[in-house]
Design a protein around this ligand. Sequence first.
Ligand code: HEM
Length: 364
Amino acid sequence: MSEKYSTIHYHNYLELDALLSLQKERSKALGEAAHDETLFIIMHQVCELWFKQILTELDSVILLFREERVREDNMHTVLLRLRRVNSIIDLLIEQVKVMETMTPLDFLDFRDYLFPASGFQSWQFRMIETTLGLREEDRLTYHGKSYKIVFSEEQKARLTDIERGGSLFDLVARWLERTPFLRFRGFDFLSAYKEAVERMIARDQQHIRDSELSPKMKEMRLRVLGDTTTYFRHVLDREEHERMVAAGEARLSYDATIAALLINLYRDQPILNIPFQLLTELMVIDEGLTTWRYRHAQMVMRMIGNKIGTGGSSGHDYLARTAEQHKIFRDLHNISSLLIPRSALPDLPEELARGLGFHFRGDE
Ligand code: HEM
């Protein structure tokens, strides 16, 4: 066998001597050895290894998305890697159970040795959040200070760099804005969609008026429908949308939102199916991380009740609030409120429908 492919033993390939010597229990070194500290260290180390793998996948996806035109064959790779991220997040959620085999009393045997170490200081976790698109202004503040204060200058600089437009959220938003199908030879998707919404609402109003309901019930249902009409008009108006973005109520630009809407409505068209799957995977990542945050918060409640965390936060309360507040792809979830039934969708011109098969070229 050539020098290049010289053999290697399993043990050496995986650097097991180094890896297995990294569990250094402080209770053993500084006082009385606490049995469960090994589990506590291994659980965190395993999480950090998975964080590393998640970052490897996200970084590669970002590289593919940076290209001016995201190539279709790359989209398959992107999907596979995002699915891998989601499988890892599922594992992270599942393994909280293993941590919970430690009882609160056993934790107290060594908790004092940890201060002030905390998951707060997990740079890889912050990199995952930031790479996905969580910005400084979206975060709960840490005693009024930046979450970055616990990191080195180099680590802070990496996080700031991504925050300035290099996140997956930013790249996906730009990709959506470039969607070529919004206008096609006289077919204006948005106008057709707005008309379809108006038609659907007029039909629903007529159903209510023709129904056997009491006048009071009819009035109430018509009022609710009126609110829906206002909602649709509100969201589909460019100026109103821009106002929402400026006020922090929405994050995706108007054009990106409309493109995401089109992809969701016409996802059965072959060319829009992969973009639809991509948007879905991003939402699944958000859901998975939210579930992990809740799961971790629940575990923390069991372990330390209402005590403050070793990192100085309010503990369970802080963690439970991050679950709601630190969502990243909220705008994609909100698209569901704009969906209308397939039966009410405007028909696509035949030429466009044919084009949305596998061979669409925007400049044809
Ligand atoms: C007995 C087990 C655990 C307890 C009691 C615990 C407790 C806490 C607490 C109280 C916080 C809030 C920050 C603070 O004030 O310290 C926190 C944050 C965090 N923990 Fe844990 N944790 C445990 C296990 C784990 C494990 C196994 C991981 C896996 C890496 C982990 C990852 C994190 C991360 C990433 C944060 C930051 C969350 C954020 O700020 O959004 N924790 N933990």
